[in-house]
Design a protein around this ligand. Structure first.
Ligand SMILES: [Zn+2]
Length: 497
C-alpha cells in the first residue's frame, strides 16, 4: 500500500473517530454542560484531538520504497486551525437547547435590564409580561426577588419563574410561572417553599464581632442582623472584645438544591468576659418575629432605635442649630438619618398612625405613629408614604411605612425622626427605651420546641470552638458553613483542652 493511501485510510479512521466523538458529545450534551468538571474534561478532549492526529500520522510504518519516496518528497506542513478551548466550549454551550438563567431584581430595575441579565431577547414575552397583573413584580420591581428563566439558544423565553416571598410570616410565599405555549404564553401562580438548611459558624473575636464573623465566612446579610438579635445587650453600651466568642446558626434557603439566599439568624450565643448570652428567634406577633431567651424574656427593646434601612446619623439631636436650608437658628429636636433615596423606613414599634400629611415648607411627606399613652414617633421628608398607611392604620414594629426622600425643606435624602415622650422630644439614640414584652405562654412553647435542636447545635459549636485552635484562614462566604449535622471528625483534639 502506498503512503498516500495509508495516510488516506488513517485520515478516514481519524475522521470516523471525530464523527463518533462529536456525535457522542452531542448526545451527552445536557449532562456535559451542567458540570464545570465535565466542561474541563470536554476541553481536555478537544485538546487531545490534535495530538491523536499527529500520533496517527507518525504511526505509519514506512518501508524502503516509501523512504525513497519520502526522500524525494517535500515536507508540507499544514497546521489545522483548532479554535481555543474557551471558544469551543462557548460553541457547545450556545448550542444547548434550553439554558437556565437566574437573577435577583434590583432597585429601580427595568424589564429591559432584567431581560438583558437573563440573556433574553424576546419582545413578545415582554409585551405579555407588561399586560399581566400577576407579573407586576417585574414591571415595578421589588428589590431582591429571585427570578429563574429557561431561555433557548436564540434568546427566546421558554418559561420564567418569579419567586415572591411574603412580607409577613403568616402568609405563604408564591411563585408566578410564565410558560410559552405555541405562539402565546400562560401565567399562573402557586405557593412555593424554600428548602432550608442551617448554616453554622463559630469564632473567637480578635477585633470586632462583625470582623470575626466575616473572617469565618458569615455572609453580610446575616451579620447585619446581629444588632437586632442582641439589641438590649448592645443598647446598654456593651461591646464584644478580643477573646470573646460567638456561635451562630442561621437559615440558608435553597430551590431544587441551589442556594438562593440566606434567611434569618435562628440562634446565636455570645460569650463576653466569660458570661454567655443566648438568643433565639421566635414568632411574637410582630411582622418579623423577634429575639428571646429560653425563659421567654426578650433580647430586644420596644422601639427600634434607628428605624431606617442603611442609615448613618447626619445630624444628631441638639437643642439649637442653624437650619441647613433657611439658615434660621432654631431647635432641631429630631435626629437626621442620612440614607439613599428609596431606602425603607420602619415603624419603630407597634402603634396606630395618627397623622399623614404633606407639608411643603417643612416636613414634606410625613407621618406620626402613636405607640402608647406617652410615646409618639414622627417620620419626615419621605419620598413616598406606603399607600396602606392611613390615619387609623395599626402598624407593627418593623413594618415598612414609607421610603426615604427629600420632600419639604431638606438638603438631601434623609429621615428626620422624632421620638416624643409625653409631648416632649427626646434623643432617640440616648433615651432609655423599655424592653420588648415577654413571649406569651403559647409563643414560648413554640420557641422551646424549636430550640431543642438549636441548643444542641450551639453546644456542639461550643465544643468545636474549645477543641479547635482558630484556623488562620477559612474558605469564602457560603462554602464554609457546616450544614446540617456537623461531623466533628475533622476536629483535632488538643491535649489538655
Ligand atoms: Zn431633621
Amino acid at each position: 500500500m502506498s503512503a498516500p493511501s495509508i495516510l488516506a485510510k488513517n485520515l478516514r479512521s481519524v475522521g470516523k473517530a471525530l464523527l463518533w466523538l462529536s456525535r457522542t458529545a452531542l448526545e451527552q450534551w445536557e449532562r456535559l454542560i451542567h458540570s464545570p468538571y465535565r466542561r474541563v474534561c470536554l476541553g481536555a478532549a478537544f485538546s487531545i484531538l490534535p495530538i491523536s492526529v499527529s500520533i496517527a500520522a507518525f504511526s505509519l510504518a514506512p518501508d524502503d520504497v516509501e523512504k525513497n519516496l519520502r526522500a524525494s518528497q517535500k515536507l508540507v506542513q499544514t497546521s489545522i486551525p483548532m479554535p481555543a478551548i474557551a471558544d469551543q466550549i462557548n460553541v457547545v454551550t450556545t448550542h444547548r437547547l434550553v439554558a437556565t438563567h437566574t437573577t435577583y431584581l434590583r432597585r429601580n430595575d427595568t424589564l429591559n435590564a432584567i431581560f438583558a441579565r437573563l440573556d433574553i431577547d424576546d419582545s413578545a414575552a415582554q409585551r405579555f409580561i407588561r399586560q399581566q397583573a400577576l407579573a407586576q413584580a417585574l414591571v415595578s420591581p421589588r428589590e431582591g426577588v429571585y427570578v429563574q428563566a429557561k431561555v433557548s439558544a436564540d434568546q427566546q423565553m421558554q418559561s420564567m419563574k418569579i419567586f415572591l416571598e411574603s412580607r409577613s410570616t403568616d402568609r405563604e410565599d408564591t411563585v408566578v410561572k410564565i410558560v410559552k405555549r405555541g405562539k402565546g404564553f400562560t401565567i399562573s401562580s402557586a405557593p412555593f417553599r424554600y428548602e432550608t438548611q442551617q448554616g453554622m459558624a463559630t469564632g473567637i473575636i480578635k477585633t470586632t464581632l462583625d470582623d470575626a464573623a466575616r473572617e469565618h465566612g458569615v455572609p453580610e446579610k446575616v451579620i447585619e442582623q446581629f444588632p437586632l438579635a442582641f439589641e438590649r445587650f448592645f443598647s446598654r453600651g456593651n461591646k464584644l472584645d478580643a477573646g470573646d466568642s460567638f456561635r451562630l446558626i442561621y437559615e440558608r434557603k435553597l430551590l431544587d438544591g441551589e442556594f438562593v439566599r440566606t434567611g434569618k439568624v435562628l440562634a446565636m450565643a455570645i460569650t463576653h468576659k466569660g458570661q454567655s448570652l443566648e438568643t433565639f428567634w421566635a414568632e411574637d406577633g410582630t411582622r418579623d418575629g423577634g429575639y428571646y431567651k429560653l425563659d421567654g424574656t426578650t433580647n430586644q427593646l420596644a422601639f427600634i432605635r434607628v428605624p431606617v434601612e442603611g442609615a448613618r446619623v447626619t445630624s444628631s439631636f441638639m437643642p439649637m442649630r442653624r437650619h441647613p436650608v433657611t439658615g434660621i437658628l432654631r431647635p432641631h429636636q429630631g435626629t437626621d438619618f442620612g440614607a439613599p433615596k428609596g431606602n425603607k423606613i420602619y415603624a419603630a414599634a407597634d402603634g396606630v398612625v395618627t397623622r399623614r400629611r404633606f407639608n411643603e415648607g417643612g416636613f414634606g411627606y410625613y407621618i406620626m405613629i402613636t405607640h402608647d399613652e406617652s410615646r409618639v414617633t414622627l417620620y419626615a421628608h419621605m419620598s413616598k408614604i406606603m399607600p396602606h398607611i392611613q390615619v387609623g392604620t395599626r402598624v407593627r414594629r418593623g413594618e415598612v411605612v414609607g421610603l426615604v426622600g427629600a420632600t419639604g425643606l431638606a438638603t438631601g435624602p434623609h429621615l428626620h425622626y422624632e421620638l416624643r415622650v409625653n409631648d416632649r422630644q427626646v434623643n432617640p439614640l440616648k433615651t432609655p427605651i423599655p424592653d420588648k414584652e415577654e413571649l406569651t405562654t403559647e409563643e414560648l412553647e413554640d420557641l422551646l420546641s424549636n430550640a431543642r435542636v438549636l441548643t444542641a447545635r450551639l453546644a456542639l459549636l461550643n465544643r468545636l470552638q474549645t477543641a479547635q485552635p482558630q484556623p488562620a484562614t477559612e474558605p469564602e462566604a457560603d462554602s464554609v458553613q457546616l450544614t446540617g449535622d456537623v461531623a466533628p471528625a475533622s476536629v483535632k483534639k488538643k491535649k489538655g483542652s
